[in-house]
Each structure stands twice: as structure tokens, then as C-alpha cells.
Write a protein that binds this ligand. Structure first.
Ligand SMILES: Cc1cc2nc3c(=O)[nH]c(=O)nc-3n(C[C@H](O)[C@H](O)[C@H](O)COP(=O)(O)O)c2cc1C
Length: 152
């Protein structure tokens, strides 16, 4: 298992529907090629996490890198992952709604930027990203807390 996370700058105006379309198409193709993960967009940035077979992920990231809709700034590869974090999602779109339950985007962005710029040991990088991804996936798998139906 190979995983990667990248940060990119959106290079042309994209509205909510465009992002939904990217995620929907991605999800269909990813299902076919055995890739899972999440896509998050806020403001002018995308964060995407992909997991799958090494060769598949490397081919896919080349295609995504050449996509004119964004410019990838930082990519962090995580090799030999023990398992998938997003086994049920061929491409989970994280919306602003989810983000209030998940790690704030800004924190994740600064962690990725910091890791990409610094010269950390690969094992430390793996461990840090693993922890973040694990936390995000656990929160997303939790049942949604419905404020309207509060009983206590
Ligand atoms: C931010 C972003 C994320 C993307 N993620 C995926 C993805 O996870 N899987 C995928 O197949 N295509 C993804 N794409 C689309 C690819 O860049 C490319 O358009 C698509 O894979 C082409 O598929 P095709 O060769 O079958 O036409 C993404 C595009 C953008 C801009």
C-alpha cells in the first residue's frame, strides 16, 4: 500500500459544483482502479489524500499533476502503509460542513507545508501524517451529531 497527500493551488475559478464534479468523476475512476481517499477544497487550495497500489498511485498522481485546474505545491509520499484509512470511499469530498468536525484545513495546510519544507526523517513524516489521516478518518466515520434532535 502506498499513500500520498498533496497541497495545490487552484489555478482557475471553480465553484462548488465544479468541485463536486471533480470528486464524482474521480470517485468513479478510482473505484475502477482501486484507489481510495479524500479531497478537500477551501478557498484557493485543494488537499487530496490518495491510497492504493504503488504503481496505480504513481500513475494517477502524474495525471492529476498535469491537470490544468490546479498547481501542485507540495506532495508527501507515504510508503508501505499498513492499511487503508478510507476503505469505503473511492473519493470522499470533505465539504465545509465536515470541516467543522474535522481538523481545521488551515492546520492541515501548515503541517503539510512545514513537513514538505523541512528535512525530517521519513519515519517521522510517515508517523505525523499517519496520525492526522487516522484522526480525520475516525471523525468522518463517526455518526453525525445532530443538534436538532438533542435529547439531553
Ligand atoms: C484536485 C483534483 C483532484 C483529482 N483527483 C482525481 C482522482 O482522485 N482520480 C481521478 O481519476 N482523477 C482525478 N482528477 C482528475 C484527473 O486530473 C484527470 O482529469 C482524470 O483522471 C482523467 O481521467 P481520464 O484519463 O480517464 O479521462 C482530479 C483532478 C483535480 C483537479
Amino acid at each position: 500500500m502506498h499513500a500520498l497527500i498533496y497541497l495545490s493551488n487552484i489555478s482557475q475559478p471553480l465553484d462548488k459544483d465544479d468541485v463536486i464534479e471533480i470528486a464524482t468523476k474521480a470517485s468513479i475512476k478510482n473505484k475502477r482502479i482501486g484507489v481510495t481517499g479524500f479531497l478537500s477544497s477551501r478557498g484557493s487550495k485543494f488537499i487530496q489524500y490518495l491510497e492504493g497500489e504503488s504503481e496505480t498511485i504513481n500513475e494517477l498522481i502524474e495525471t492529476i499533476t498535469n491537470d490544468p485546474r490546479h498547481d501542485i505545491q507540495h506532495t508527501i509520499h507515504l510508503r508501505n502503509q499498513p492499511h487503508r484509512h478510507f476503505a469505503n470511499w473511492s473519493m470522499r469530498l470533505i465539504t465545509t460542513d465536515d470541516e467543522s468536525r474535522v481538523l481545521p484545513d488551515d492546520t492541515l495546510i501548515s503541517v503539510i507545508q512545514d513537513i514538505a519544507k523541512s528535512n525530517y526523517e521519513p519515519a517521522i513524516v510517515d508517523a505525523q501524517i499517519y496520525t492526522i489521516i487516522n484522526r480525520i478518518s475516525r471523525i468522518l466515520y463517526m455518526p453525525r451529531y445532530d443538534n436538532k434532535n438533542r435529547t439531553i
